[in-house]
Design a protein. Sequence first.
Length: 328
Amino acid sequence: MPRALITGITGQDGLYLSELLLSKGYEVYGLIRGQNNPKRELVEQTVPGVKLLTGDLMDFSSLLRALETAQPDEVYNLGAISFVAYSWENAHLTADVTGKGVLNILEAVRLYAHDDVSKVRFYQASSSEMFGKVQEVPQRETTLLWPRSPYGVAKVFGHYMTINYRESYGMHASSGILFNHESPRRGPEFVTRKISMAVARIKLGLQDYVTLGNLDAKRDWGYAGDYVEAMWRMLQQPEGDEYVVATGETHSIRDFLDRAFAHVGIEDWAPYVKQDPRFMRPAEVELLIGDPTKAHEKLGWERKVDFPQLVAMMVDNDLEEQRGLMAG
């Protein structure tokens, strides 16, 4: 039975990846911060087969203990401070967790593996935010990185550190440069889930409008449940490498609003949407669109859920959730 250790298991990717690995017969361990983590119950209910370990990307000794307990064949580092807007307010903490945390887990894996670094395969969750002020369209594995947020800068550090450990120590270390991937499990602070929840609540008469920032920002949005399969496929390859995971399509926030409101029968969403400068980024990433050719050709990976299906899935989930709260 293969064994895997996942950091950041409380996030949407951690939950979907856990489900995927359990379905493939893995013994799955998840690293969770703090004894009273409010999301512990969520993980236990969603993926009861996962064994939870207490640890922190900033606590090196806890990472070594987790590795000794889990004895993993594969380590998936999904842990990060992942909300981009928050990274300007807390740049130091973002740099420590999202950047130096990668170094900590890489070094812990290297020490744990001793003389046989190839016995543990490592996945790093890189991000399309690393491209930032994009230097070519679409973005691919070789595109120059120009991050536009403290989060993006920290992800670049982790990305290159992963490459460095592969080249320096011969580790089987891969980075997935994942473009925006959403789901009903996305946190409500992210714009896609903020919209789907608001649309559901507006339809049910529970709120009057939603307040957003830049409606013209364009993203390459896919489904998180599809993207975790690409992570797993990377670690089944003979050698570590970098892969862009994306749909190859771009949509604006306006497009998302069009789809979400139309799904509940509202064609003109203008009366229900307000803009506030507080939700504008200090340095905006205007256009992200990925070229997933390498993932298609080398990993055999294809997305299954398209943009209209993704929006409908999120709105339907939030309608059901809000109706349940009303009934309860």
